[in-house]
Design a protein. Sequence first.
Length: 252
Amino acid sequence: MPGIHTHLSATAICAVLLIAGCSHQKQASAPPPKPTPAQQAELAATGKLIFDQTPQHAAAYVGSQLSCGDCHIDSGKAAYAAPLINIANVFPAYTKRAGRVISLQERINECFVRSENGKPLPDDSPEMAAMMAYLASLSSGVKGQAYPERGFVKVPDLKGNPARGERVYATQCAVCHGVNGEGVPPVLPPVWGPGSYNDGAGMDHVEKMAAFLVHNMPQNHPGTLKPQDAFDVSAFIDSKPRPTMNPKYKGL
């Protein structure tokens, strides 16, 4: 039976070589070592800088003059201003906009291509690592706990009137955001025009903006807008020009 013996030996050799090759591939693609607590804290601090001053610290990926913290107030911690407490423990999650389960990295990039009117952060970029670390820091110690103040406050089903909203804007908003909606970046964000969010952003929806405004604005007297005033000023702002979202990012 020498022929059979030779065949089995060759097969065994091939198997050994295959296993060795797989082992080598696994070593070559091994993930980087997990950051130490000190490194993770440093990454999170950088992520907070990006969050609070996005155009300055992630300039290559930003096209607007808005920062993440302009909508997610108090560095993502303010109640009913789309707070991000516990967010790292929520994702991956199904989102209505995407129509599928998405990762936290994809959710971050939804904001970059819409509210920031920019382009996605690569998953392996320093900026993404820093953002993920910061969001993880906001989620530490709260896993499994509901966060009742997530999102925005509930608002009644109202219709906004842009003409009335123009008057509300002039008396309540223009002092910070400018007569022409240009704001005073980076301190006060533009609300329309070339430096604002694009037409794919969440704030480009009257009801969503009204829910944000009624609880959080005006900044010097938050919570003083009546729901109808919030809808009216949202309708006025929504009637103004802003950038068009880049169609190649519609999947985000």
